[in-house]
Design a protein around this ligand. Structure first.
Ligand SMILES: [Fe+2]
Ligand SMILES: [Fe+2]
Length: 129
C-alpha cells in the first residue's frame, strides 16, 4: 500500500534507502490498521511508534550530517522541519491509545504519510539540487 515511489527519489542513494524504510514502517502501520485478527493492538501500536521514532531520529541525523558535508545552503529550513517532526514524535502519548485504538492508528498513519510525502517532495528533493 505504502512504498517509496520513483517520484519521491532524491537522487542521493543513502537517503533514498532510508526513506524506503520509512515507507515500509508506514506500510506496517497501514497493515496493522486493516488487520482484523488482532483484537488488542496496543502493543503493536506502541512498538511501531517506537520503531518510527528510532528510525526517524537516526535518519535525520544522517541527513543533517550529509547536508553539512556538502555545506547545503538550506540546511536551516531542513532542521526546523526535522525539529518540528521530532517534537511531534516526542509528544505522542501512549496513554491515550487505548481510548480509541483504531482512531490512534489512523491518526498515526495519516500523520506519518502526510509528513513523509510532503517533506520529501518539498524539501529533501532539493538537497541534490
Ligand atoms: Fe529531511
Ligand atoms: Fe529525509
Amino acid at each position: 500500500m505504502y512504498e517509496l515511489k520513483d517520484e519521491y527519489l532524491t537522487g542521493i542513494p543513502s537517503i533514498d534507502a532510508e526513506h524506503k524504510v520509512l515507507f515500509e514502517i508506514a506500510d506496517e502501520i497501514y497493515q496493522l490498521s486493516v488487520n482484523e485478527f488482532v483484537p488488542d493492538k496496543y502493543d503493536n501500536i506502541a512498538h511501531l511508534i517506537q520503531r518510527l521514532k528510532d528510525y526517524t531520529i537516526m535518519h535525520f541525523e544522517h541527513e543533517e550530517a550529509y547536508m553539512e558535508s556538502i555545506q547545503y545552503k538550506q540546511m536551516f529550513t531542513q532542521k526546523v522541519q526535522h525539529d518540528h517532526f521530532r517534537q511531534k514524535l516526542e509528544e505522542m502519548d501512549l496513554d491515550t491509545i487505548d481510548q480509541d485504538q483504531d482512531g490512534a492508528i489512523q491518526d498515526l498513519l495519516k500523520f506519518v504519510t502526510d509528513w513523509l510525502v510532503e517533506h520529501i517532495m518539498e524539501t529533501d528533493k532539493k538537497i541534490a539540487g
